[in-house]
Design a protein around this ligand. Sequence first.
Ligand code: PLP
Length: 431
Amino acid sequence: MNRERSSAAYERAKAVIPGGVNSPVRAFKAVGGVPVFVDSAEGCRLTDVDGNVYIDYVMSWGPLILGHAYPAVIEAVQRAASKGTSFGAPTEAESELGELVVDMVPSIERVRFCSSGTETTMSALRLARAATGRDKVIKFSGCYHGHGDSFLISAGSGALTLGAPDSPGITAGTARDTIVVPYNDLDAVRAVFEREATAIACLIVEPYAGNMGLVLPQPGFLAGLRELASTHGALLIFDEVMTGFRVAPGGVQEREGVLPDLTTLGKVIGGGLPVGAFGGPAALMDLLSPVGKVYQAGTLSGNPLAMAAGIATLRVLREPDVYPRLAAAAARYIEGLDEVFERYDIPHQVAQRGSMTGFFFTKTPVIDLAGAKTADVEFYADFFHAMLDRGVYLAPSQFEAGFLSLAHDEVAIDATIAAAEEAVLSLMAAV
Ligand SMILES: *Cc1c(COP(=O)(O)O)cnc(C)c1O
């Protein structure tokens, strides 16, 4: 596959943008080689600047649950743009998306919009601290909550991929207020509460962890967190930026029947435009300015183009059969991969919830970051490139989830599985 123009584009980008990318995971650092520069995308396929076409399992890292350039979303954005791109004054579209969120997400009575997932977790943490009068936050190693200082301690996603979980530039004071425990380890959480219950403002968790690969909660883990938080007067925050509207209309909280105090949302809610949202009970959310004293703001928050894309996306997601179709596509994909790896005796683990998928090249069942790290990242890099050369675009890191959309049809998925078999055979031949 010829990627000359991508190579040239990468050189050009590196001259003006650190590492040539505006978000580190795009740089292919974990798998080596030159990042694919995209020209356009439609449905489940990306076209790069050299004209190569790939079946996409990254889908902009989660937002594009309907597929790329979904007609109703594009039309909604165009219609909104023709009326002006930003006003800095309220619009009815914000209430419309807000009503959809309140209706769909079980624990949310009031919601505030912003422009990224990172903003939602920073704001939710501030609100939790204000509501409890406490400073400390418990997070889980390998969970990623955006790039706010408090969360870049044992974080997942790019911070994990690049082997720099603790970023320079974060003060010792901030690091001290973040307590990190292993995912799925209720005893560790209990021990923290026994030690310093009155200091803990909140627990924040990805209820299905998707930023160290896909790691699912053990039975009782989420309910146990709920109980511990309630017992000790701390708030429970579900970071559903990835899982919200992805694994069910109401996210993990609907699927698992465990309700958090605060929920953070992003990705799917913007349908490919920049939207984040956080919400919870009215009594808590009304602590926010201008009703209450907790300050939180944004020049482009609730942007009309972004609201239009979000509304158009959520409306499609409310149609019957959408989630079963998404889950069936994801099952076909992950079961197909599982069979190929099984057939050639490649140690592996697979996971799936709805249209979220993951696989690790390890024989160890993965329930936390330590387990994820047993994966063979060199084999992943080889597999990634073998797939890329066969027209399949997987996440350029072992420690990321894979996403399917309504556009991933059986033809695309079956072509992917055939490519995986060829890729595995080529890697075995090379040894
Ligand atoms: C992607 C993600 C974020 C960060 O969202 P951005 O829009 O990239 O700032 C936060 N939490 C989770 C769980 C995510 O997957």
